[in-house]
Design a protein around this ligand. Structure first.
Ligand SMILES: [Zn+2]
Length: 305
């Protein structure tokens, strides 16, 4: 299947929210007002449609994928949407790749990793920037890494700045994953959003480690908060020339409606990569790796025949 930009695309990083996700947020002391305020000043969203009981999250995303010719999307699935997502994988085989949000502070975290693997998930997602007291290198997280290694699960991590208002950026430096990446050479760690501001640290780890990857997901608005000018083309150039094209995974961080699947993110990132190809910096094979091949290989995703 070819996407709107003319190449096959897998979105490696998006989110699966349902009515319970919102309810869960509100129960943890967030208000829709504060959230709407943060999104309007920090994202391209002018409105958010709140999922209610009748909201068919799975069908809505499949319609979006069909609209833009996207084969499948990797989604972060919270505890509250977990059971619904199991049904979604049965309803729409091949259209979603699941990563389970699993908090290592929970006593049954390793069992949850094993269950997620059994249920067909391909990875887990950790939020050191947001989860209270979570340090990616802490001993408490090691059994979770061990379980992921045993089950060949990917480990996505959100370091750096975040739209969530509860962040603790003391734990947001991706350098925190260097020691675990050394201790678990067989595990694949994927830093979301190029490190969301800590891009230098993610690049340094391309020297230090062979198993630290990055995803390109979202608007990458962190670029605006650096003390120097940098754009998507330069970000891709640095990422691809330090780590190599097998280390960079395309993603959109699509989450909400009515915005839907973020075709503008694909267009902008594809354009940046095509310019690098025209400049002789990367090849069409590199582009294929980034937009399709890497996540396909890393998750074992097989396109429908
Ligand atoms: Zn995300």
């Amino acid at each position: 299947m070819d996407s709107k930009v003319g190449i096959p695309v897998i979105d490696a990083h998006s989110h699966y929210f349902n009515a319970d996700t919102l309810r869960n947020w509100l129960s943890r002391g967030r208000t829709m007002e504060s959230f709407a305020k943060r999104t309007s000043s920090r994202t391209d969203m002018t409105s958010i449609e709140l999922p209610d009981e009748n909201f068919d999250t799975a069908q809505r995303w499949v319609d979006e994928l069909d609209k833009y010719g996207i084969e499948t999307m990797g989604v972060m699935v919270g505890v509250e949407a977990y059971d619904e997502f199991l049904e979604t994988m049965k309803r729409f085989p091949d259209r979603f790749i699941g990563y389970a949000n699993i908090n290592p502070a929970e006593p049954d975290a390793t069992d949850k990793v094993k269950k997620a693997h059994k249920d067909g998930f391909k990875g887990i997602k950790l939020y050191p920037s947001s989860w209270k007291g979570m340090k990616a290198y802490d001993e408490i997280v090691y059994p979770v890494y061990e379980a992921c290694k045993e089950k060949d699960m990917l480990v996505f991590l959100h370091f750096g700045i975040t739209i969530g208002g509860q962040a603790d950026l003391r734990n947001g430096n991706p350098i925190d994953i260097q020691v675990p990446s050394r201790d678990f050479p067989g595990l694949k760690f994927i830093i979301a959003h190029f490190g969301a501001g800590w891009f230098r640290e993610v690049l340094m780890m391309q020297y230090q480690a062979d198993n630290v990857y990055m995803d390109s997901s979202g608007s990458n608005s962190w670029m605006k908060y650096l003390p120097y000018d940098i754009d998507l083309k330069q970000v891709f150039k640095k990422a691809l020339t330090t780590g190599g094209s097998h280390k960079v995974l395309f993603g959109t961080d699509s989450t909400f409606f009515p915005r839907g699947w973020r075709i503008n993110v694909l267009e902008a990132q594809y354009r940046a990569c095509k310019e690098l190809e025209a400049d002789g910096v990367i090849t069409s094979e590199d582009i294929h790796n980034v937009f399709y091949g890497n996540i396909q290989r890393m998750t074992g995703y097989k396109p429908p025949v």
